[in-house]
Design a protein around this ligand. Structure first.
Ligand SMILES: Cc1cc2nc3c(=O)[nH]c(=O)nc-3n(C[C@H](O)[C@H](O)[C@H](O)COP(=O)(O)O)c2cc1C
Length: 193
């Protein structure tokens, strides 16, 4: 039986520098196949530190950012579950509005509202959350079936630039992926947990 494919999508938000150690490698060690796509901002950030090559090496797939040519095949396998972490306020807003103007948003925008599970961790601060559309965006994502890692217990909102080094709630994100993949696939619990 092939393992579920987790489509990891990262955006330009704090903590993206730990995407490999915090999310990609733990998912791989649980037996998942992992394919990573980044927003152009996140790609530029991780390229500057050499992380793009490191992620490609551990996953076995190129890290995507630019869309493919119409004549090219996708370099990634079909995704069983998306996890968007960290999701910037910008990426959350675009996903909620269905703005698929990058490769990172193309798959999740198509998946929202379908049976393909989506886990989203909005890595935002109190100012982002104060935007008049913010709660509407979250409500839209929830109504499309997205599982949000959000709220006081997992990510208390802080002032902008309040604590840029705060560790992301990787465990909660991974637990959510395991939970939704267990529901949506026949992958054995002993391997997917
Ligand atoms: C150092 C730095 C850290 C940032 N951290 C965040 C963040 O944690 N959350 C957020 O929503 N935006 C953050 N931003 C702003 C986003 O990077 C910016 O809105 C960008 O356009 C997001 O693009 P993307 O969603 O396509 O990746 C940060 C910007 C910089 C320069």
């Amino acid at each position: 039986m092939s393992s579920p494919v987790i489509g990891v999508v990262g955006s330009g938000a704090g903590g993206i520098e730990h995407l490999r150690s915090g999310l990609v490698e733990p998912l791989l060690s649980r037996g998942y196949t992992v394919a990573v796509t980044l927003t152009p901002t996140a790609y530029r950030w991780l390229e500057s530190t050499g992380e793009i090559d490191s992620i490609a090496a551990v996953t076995g797939f190129p890290v995507r950012s630019a869309p493919r040519l119409p004549s090219e095949l996708s370099p990634h396998p079909t995704v069983s579950c998306y996890v968007i972490a960290p999701a910037s306020a910008n990426t959350v807003a675009k996903l909620a509005l269905g703005i698929a103007d990058s490769q990172a948003l193309t798959g999740p925008c198509e998946a929202l509202g379908t049976s393909t599970p989506i886990v989203v961790f909005p890595r935002v601060n109190a100012a982002h959350a104060g935007h008049p559309m913010w709660e509407h965006h979250l409500a839209t994502l929830r109504s499309g079936g997205a599982h949000l890692i959000y709220g006081e217990k997992v990510w208390p909102l802080q002032t902008p630039r309040g604590n840029p080094q705060r560790p992301l709630p990787w465990k909660a994100i991974i637990d959510a992926v395991a939970a939704v993949c267990r529901i949506s696939s026949s992958y054995p619990d002993s391997l997917s947990g």
